[in-house]
Write a protein that binds this ligand. Structure first.
Ligand code: ADP
Ligand code: MG
Length: 354
């Protein structure tokens, strides 16, 4: 009986053991799945929103670093703004505009030098000395009005970046001339913040400096950031561009404008005419490694128009672009072909070749 029972009692014990093992395995699997899940869903970033440089900025830190890093980033923005603001009396740029001459901090001298390089590179489509004309239109104060042809003609001789002198940490301007670094300041700031965050241990962050997007690394799961490009003619997006460690900067006629007698006048000025640039483009988005380059180019390519912009791309090839024309058609440069997903496949899309 005992002998007989022994063999018959063994299988159930084995079964229970196997069952327990299976259960443990299942539990482990479930636990692993649960632990993996937060990795799939977008992680909750540390977030900071504030108003600076005349725009709303949002910094999102997804991986590495902590809240004190965001404190330092915000402080850095305010420090740069204090140096460059055209409206803050104590800024270095204000001092230069007021006195016609000023000593510059190394950083302001660096930005001014880089801005002048961009003016030369774009053959004056970007011109930091457009400021007196911008003021005549009211874009500096918000008191908009269409200046008379004579008023613009009188101001145009003051628009000439070639007469800005920069030497040994000091700058000088001819009488009446004034400069404004607004077309490149946010780009430079994006580069500076990306460097600061990386030094502080961040390896995944997305910075939105009022339309200037600066990607630090990629998403926490290693995939690229997906940055939406706004439809200049509506509330939606025209598509999404995938980036890692790059800037995505858009300039458009819809950003800041006023209307008079049914005509829309926007804040991007053609330095050659003193009038808002009407080149057939509704917006320009520039994608590249340097935020400063992308920022300056988004403004300059908008002035150049589609053909001029593509010509500039063919000559330099150190950036990519998404051009939205006023008729709603979209042109992307070849380097974005695999990285741009249109929101509406029916919208006409051209891929420009080198
Ligand atoms: P935003 O700073 O509004 O995002 P942009 O980067 O295109 O837009 O910069 C436009 C700003 O640069 C304007 O607000 C104006 O101060 C200035 N600006 C306008 N036209 C020019 C130009 N052709 N060259 C240099 N600066 C310009
Ligand atoms: Mg710009």
């Amino acid at each position: 009986m005992r002998l007989g029972r022994a063999p018959s009692g063994k299988p159930p014990r084995l079964c229970a053991l196997l069952l327990a093992l299976l259960l443990a395995l299942l539990l482990a699997l479930l636990l692993a799945l649960l632990l993996a899940l937060p990795g799939c869903a977008p992680a909750q970033p540390l977030e900071r929103t504030f108003f600076a440089m005349d725009t709303v900025m949002t910094l999102r830190l997804y991986q590495g670093g902590d809240g004190s890093l965001l404190d330092r980033a915000e402080a850095r923005v305010r420090e740069l703004e204090a140096q460059w603001s055209v409206t803050e009396e104590n800024s270095e740029i204000c001092a230069l505009n007021r006195g016609g001459r000023a000593e510059l901090s190394p950083e302001t001298a660096e930005l001014l030098g880089a801005a002048l390089d961009m003016c030369r590179r774009t053959d004056g489509a970007l011109d930091i000395s457009t400021y007196p004309v911008l003021r005549a239109w009211g874009f500096t104060t918000g008191e908009y009005s269409v200046p008379g042809g004579e008023a613009i003609a009188a101001l145009l001789p003051l628009v000439d970046y070639g007469r800005v002198a920069l030497e040994a940490g000091a700058a000088a301007l001819p009488p009446g001339m004034e400069i404004d670094l607004g077309s490149v300041a946010k780009g430079y700031t994006g580069d500076a913040l990306a460097a600061l965050l990386k030094q502080g241990g961040a390896d995944s962050a997305l910075l939105d400096l009022g339309g200037n997007i600066q990607a630090v690394g990629s998403k926490p799961d290693g995939s690229p950031w997906r940055v939406a490009i706004r439809d200049p003619a509506g509330d939606g997006n025209i598509g999404v561009v995938e980036v890692a460690d790059q800037a995505v900067v858009t300039s458009g006629g819809y950003e800041r404008y006023f209307e008079e007698d049914g005509v829309r006048y926007w804040h991007i000025i053609d330095p050659a005419t003193g009038w808002p640039a009407r080149s057939g483009l509704a917006s320009v988005t520039v994608v590249g490694e340097s935020g400063l380059l992308c920022d300056g180019l988004s403004t300059a390519l908008f002035v150049m128009g589609r053909e001029g912009a593509l010509e500039h791309w063919r000559q330099h090839r150190d950036f990519e672009a998404v051009l939205v024309s006023e008729d709603g058609s979209v042109t992307i440069t070849a380097g974005l072909e695999e990285r741009f997903t249109p929101a509406d496949p029916a919208r006409p899309l051209t891929v420009a070749q080198p």
